[in-house]
Design a binder for this molecule. Structure first.
Ligand code: H2B
Length: 94
């Protein structure tokens, strides 16, 4: 999986307005109604992540989940990060 160029990253970020672009990663904090909703969402995301073989860095505190995505194998952002971010957004809306 190839690292995305700055131009490709900019294009992807248009579809991910709730995500913040860092040096080599994208970040978003998800807020849910309570711990069970947060952990339920994490469980759904875990299945998607495992299927993609692409795994999030995340931190859960009660109803909040802080997520950072990057592709360590590529040393930066790839299509996989953008795909997982979009899946996370979609699952948080359902
Ligand atoms: N997840 C993420 N986010 N980045 C990776 O580079 C990565 C991964 N690599 N999940 C995979 C697993 C790799 O470590 C294994 C060995 O396939």
């Amino acid at each position: 999986m190839d690292k995305l160029t700055d131009a490709q990253i900019s294009e992807h970020m248009k579809a991910l307005p709730n995500w913040e672009l860092g040096e080599d990663r994208i970040k978003r904090t998800f807020r849910f109604g309570d711990f069970v909703q947060a952990f339920g969402w994490m469980s759904s995301v875990a299945l998607v992540a495992e299927r993609m073989n692409h795994h999030p860095e995340w931190r859960n505190v009660w109803a909040t989940v802080e997520v950072e995505l990057s592709t360590h194998d590529a040393g930066g952002l790839t299509e996989l990060d953008m795909k997982l971010a979009a899946e996370m957004d979609a699952l948080s809306e359902s």
